[in-house]
Design a protein around this ligand. Structure first.
Ligand code: BYC
Length: 332
């Protein structure tokens, strides 16, 4: 049986669904503290459900919008091998979005509601996808840095307290690991190539480094959701903890291929065993969250157009399933 600590403890019987009362709340909190998974039919506080719908749907939107910057380069990949890799990766991201929308649906959110919230600008998605992909080296930087940051954040989510979200993350993390490696391998190839190719790789690192650090969210003392989400074991580590781990892992990777991280304040701190790094421009982060990112409008327009152009497919699938159900009833 799955549990969030993966240690095989037996799960208690699901609590009955009922109005929120202190005894149910105490039982729920005890289960979470005991590292048990909460499942869709279990009783849960309304605020826990809302927090999960918010985070999981934002996560799903990020995967779907995140297909756009890389999709932009599929037809311009420099070789068949690179094109096949990029196609597979972008397709994986679509799959991640679908598992995540399904996980949010188990909490009572409808797909239409979530999509409408994205298209109307009510729902957030990761700031990182509001930056443009200017050169082929950006595809390497996205895999290496953006998927690298994503996996740092998602590995702990395999042990998040909500079962469907945690289980979706197991497969997502396996795929993200391939994504990160293909991005680093692409960047390595550029660094081992001509001067101009190495310059492109450095330029991509310069543009994607700081936005990648922002992906982890605001600093802990400015993060309104972290404390409660950690208590409910939705988040297993804080934004700053994960950001620091990303910096510690990624700086040696840059050095190994001869790239310079664009941060003059970056310095190994012997005393604490971590890198110290410079100040993040939080004004830029909040501006991008507000929808002022360089390509934010373009991204949303692309999503709305895709949704509208795909209406006939959804209608055809719905009509077919109604016909099949009717035929099954008629045959019985
Ligand atoms: N961008 O209290 P906080 C991928 C918002 S895609 C925009 O710390 P929380 C990939 C936050 O929502 C993977 N908004 O919030 C795909 C909150 O606003 P609301 C994406 C952000 O939720 C394709 C407010 O700021 N990964 O891998 O405790 C190609 C205060 O923040 C951002 C996920 O979605 C941001 N970066 O923590 C390649 C991971 N950061 O909702 C790759 C799942 C914060 O209160 N999500 N905000 O209005 C999480 O782990 C958490 O939601 C976060 C934020 C760590 C992101």
């Amino acid at each position: 049986m799955y549990t969030t600590d993966l240690s095989g403890k037996d799960r208690k019987k699901p609590a009955p669904s009922a109005a929120e009362d202190p005894a149910l709340l105490a039982a729920f909190e005890a289960r979470v503290a005991n590292d048990e998974f909460i499942e869709p039919k279990d009783w849960m506080p309304e605020a826990y459900r809302r927090t999960l719908v918010r985070q999981i749907s934002q996560h799903a939107h990020s995967e779907i919008v995140g297909m756009l910057p890389e999709g932009n380069w599929i037809t311009r990949a420099p070789s068949l091998r690179r094109k096949a890799i990029l196609l597979a990766k972008v397709q994986d991201e679509g799959g991640h979005g679908l598992y995540l929308y399904s996980a949010a649906e188990t909490l009572g959110a409808s797909r239409e509601e979530m999509i409408e919230a994205l298209h109307s600008g009510k729902a957030k998605y990761s700031t990182i996808f509001n930056y443009p992909t200017l050169t082929w080296a950006d595809i390497g930087a996205i895999g290496w840095l953006v998927d690298g940051a994503a996996i740092m954040n998602q590995v702990p989510l395999q042990r998040t307290s909500y079962g469907p979200y945690a289980r979706a993350m197991v497969r997502v993390c396996k795929e993200e690991s391939f994504h990160q490696r293909q991005g680093y391998e692409l960047t390595m190839a550029l660094c081992a190539g001509s001067k101009e190719q190495k310059r492109m790789a450095q330029d991509a690192l310069n543009r994607w480094w700081w936005p990648s650090l922002m992906m982890f969210g605001p600093p802990d003392d400015k993060s309104p959701n972290t404390e409660q989400s950690i208590r409910w074991r939705i988040k297993r580590e804080t934004n700053d903890e994960l950001r620091q781990r990303f910096v510690d892992v990624t700086v040696p990777q840059a050095e190994a291929i001869g790239l310079a991280v664009p941060d003059p304040a970056l310095k190994w701190n012997e005393d604490c065993g971590h890198y110290d790094f410079g100040k993040i421009d939080w004004e830029e982060f909040y501006a991008v969250v507000r929808g002022e990112g360089q390509v934010a409008k373009e991204r949303m327009q692309a999503r709305v157009t895709a949704w509208e152009d795909g209406a006939w497919v959804r209608n055809a699938a719905t009509t077919y399933s109604v016909k099949r159900a009717a035929a099954k009833v008629a045959a019985e």
